[in-house]
Design a protein around this ligand. Structure first.
Ligand SMILES: O=P(O)(O)OC[C@H]1O[C@](O)(COP(=O)(O)O)[C@@H](O)[C@@H]1O
Length: 360
């Protein structure tokens, strides 16, 4: 499947789901339709199974002794991002590495929690795909029992490469063949795209399998709901200041309507809300993260979420460029993020464009 065109599939309204279409049945039907091959189907099944294991660990919480910081008292364990790792960050990472090492579908893995890409041990067969993941997104919410999640993205390994190196992962988001996230909240849900719409599956804990609960998630083009960490406002650039000031000025202001705000501080939870009922999520460039190019990671967070949102009729941008067309310069590259209802993302982009034109 060549680079993703800029258009999502013809949007059919969110379709009611006949009873009990399991993830396995959905993937087999997609394979029969020639939209995925057996290797990618099995890779998705392996990732889903790892997420079930993570869901059990997250669900145990303090009873499982998995809350709190990793490392030893007084010596936190830090990741490549310079962040103190939580026990569940480390455990989720290990679960995903172990589950995907021996499957034979991968030529390499890359994790938000690891400095460099992870080779497939020589003892195991290798495959043609590259898997990238944020093993546990929303870490700051783990110990306070708020939804967290796992985010993943699949790329093809360049031809002729059997053991992938970091450079082989540096492909634009348009090259993704699959993306998804699992959110560990009141229920555990897997949201997935292989480039044929975005679909939601809920974990049936009795049966132990993911069952489709929404086919063709569709994001309303317009919204009255925005998500941003307002406490960063003083650090924002002028176009972001102007955009949010107009949002907050309500129906008396230039936007002519009242907006409501939500901020879970777990990207998976905020984006899941947007995929379910619309909205815009933004983590703009601000003075605190300007030296890094942004707060959120392109490869593990922005790209997979952008593929899912575009496939649901939404849009995703850095504020100045379509997210999926950004050329990665490193595994841990960070970007500003505007994602969600199409017209609202286009409006946020327009504030940046007009500001840049005035500065030119
Ligand atoms: O702490 P802040 O500034 O509200 O940022 C919250 C954002 O950071 C994140 O937690 C970053 O992700 P990680 O937890 O994977 O580091 C996002 O999930 C969330 O949207």
């Amino acid at each position: 499947m060549a680079a993703l065109a800029a258009t999502a599939p013809a949007m059919s309204a969110t379709s009611p789901v006949p009873s009990s279409i399991s993830l396995t049945r959905y993937l087999i039907e997609e394979q029969r339709a020639g939209r995925i091959n057996p290797d990618l189907r099995l890779l998705i099944e392996v990732v889903a199974r790892a997420c079930k294991t993570i869901s059990i660990a997250v669900g145990k919480g303090a009873l499982g002794g998995v809350l709190g910081e990793a490392g030893t008292p007084g010596e936190a364990s830090m990741n490549i991002q310079g962040e103190a790792q939580k026990k569940l960050d480390v455990l989720s990472n290990e679960i995903l590495l172990e589950a995907n090492a021996w499957g034979g579908h991968l030529a390499g893995l890359a994790s938000e929690e690891m400095d460099t890409s992870h080779p497939i041990p020589d003892v195991y067969p290798r495959g043609n795909y590259l898997l990238l993941f944020d093993p546990l997104d929303g870490s700051s919410n783990i110990d306070v029992n708020i939804s967290v999640g796992t985010i993943f993205s699949v790329l093809r390994c360049p031809d002729g490469v059997t053991q992938a190196a970091d450079k082989d992962f540096l492909q634009a988001g348009t090259e993704q063949v699959c993306a998804g996230y699992t959110t560990y909240g009141p229920s555990t849900m897997l949201v997935l795209t292989i480039g044929n719409g975005t679909h939601a599956f809920t974990l049936d804990r009795e049966v132990g399998s993911f069952v489709m609960t929404t086919r063709n998630m569709t994001i309303p083009e317009e919204t009255k709901e925005f998500a941003v960490n307002m406490s960063n406002q003083r650090h924002w650039q002028p176009p972001m200041q102007a955009y949010v000031a107009d949002l907050l000025s309500g129906k008396e202001g230039p936007r002519g309507k009242d907006f409501n705000m939500r901020w879970v501080a777990s990207m998976v939870a905020d984006v899941h809300r947007i995929l379910t009922r619309g909205g815009i999520f933004s983590y703009p460039l601000d003075a605190k993260c300007a030296d890094k190019g942004g707060k959120l990671r392109l490869m593990y967070e922005a790209n997979p979420m952008s593929f899912l949102v575009e496939q649901a009729g939404g849009a995703a941008s850095t504020g100045r460029q379509r997210m999926l067309e950004v050329q990665p310069t490193g595994l841990h590259m960070r970007v500003p993020v505007f994602i969600g209802s199409k017209q609202e993302v286009e409006t946020a982009v327009r504030y940046h464009r007009e500001h840049d034109a005035e500065q030119a």
